[in-house]
Write a protein that binds this ligand. Sequence first.
Ligand code: FAD
Length: 381
Amino acid sequence: MSTSIETVEIAVIGAGLGGAAAAALLSQAGFDVHSFEQAPAFSRIGAGIHLGPNVMKIFRKIGLEKRLEEIGAHPDFWFSRDGNTGEYFSRIQLGDYARREYGASYVTIHRGDMHAEQIAALDKDRVHFAHRLVGIEERDRDVLLTFDNGRRIAATLVVGADGINSMIREMLLGPEKPRFSGWVGHRAILNMDKLRASGLEFETCVKWWWEASRHIMAYATKGNGQEYYYVTGVPVDGWEHDASFVDSSREEMEAIFGGSHPVVQALIDATETVTKWPFWNRDPLNLWSRGRLVMLGDACHPMRPHMAQGACMAIEDAAILTRCLEESGVAGYTDAFSVYEATRRERATKVQTISNANTWLKQPEDPAWVYAYDAWTAPLG
Ligand code: FAD
């Protein structure tokens, strides 16, 4: 690999859910954008994700709304139910109601399927896999980025979309490990045929609750009805593993949730492979950008996933950052970054706080402030 220095206008570090959205939107806006991702490639890891109408409006602009609607499932409600008795605590309307009232669909989907569509929508010559950022040097006219393969890039602006362990965050605020939240999530993809054999009904989107806010969020991840997914939330004493997740088992699920409502028991019985993930956290950061460096998504507001809005916030960030840079141009980045932070901080912090509290939609409430939000018309600043 050459040691000469190449130049780009905007370098996006990380091609995760937020970074891929930022690269798509900034490119569409006419900027010269390159993405640098440490992973050699992305695989379809076993996990689902909710896409609220707030983020489907952003995918409309990227050109992926229809495709994600085709692949994903369309819940008519978000139900909250008692994990033992099955009693309904809330029935939050989605489906046609969401399309009418919030301006787009509410979709649940496999995270890998969504991410693959996002990556495919980018110019492949501008997405550089197997590029782990290892060095950042802020200079007068640009930022010199060094990657683990020896490549060096001088970028006029750098967007840190590099997730919870962000190197850009570390550059701005110093090294600090995220805090273990005290909660883990078990994640499993289930075969719908196996579930149906139980003769029970599996709602498209339902959260089962037990005492101390333990829960199982269960939903369909495909529009063709072939795949169902659950993610739990369980408090634990600590997390002693170095790995980002470890294997769990049907027996562990049975030990935690056994003896619950028959539908929950059927989820446990149909479990073949299940993994266990720690939920990490940070307090809201007091700095989102400095000089030519700016962050979005989990790099600056990681949260426990209980509102199903972490990626949605990262993608909203990407949309607002794009609008701010479109208004100011690259040369006006100082203004753009300050308007971006002023626009995003309050909303992202509110979502982070409610998500961490794990109260969202357990009781009847109006979710319009989240779902009706339109990043293209929201006032800036
Ligand atoms: P990430 O998606 O983490 O992407 C960061 C990228 O940066 C990665 O690809 C990483 O490899 C790369 N990277 C890191 N360091 C470097 C480096 N030095 N050099 C180059 N590349 C680097 N959100 C929702 O909206 N809806 C949901 O339903 C939902 N469910 C969730 C369920 C669980 C169990 C969890 C844990 C999270 C959930 N989330 C959900 C949250 C969501 O996954 C995150 O908020 C989202 O992935 C953040 O996007 P991001 O782009 O900021 O970071």
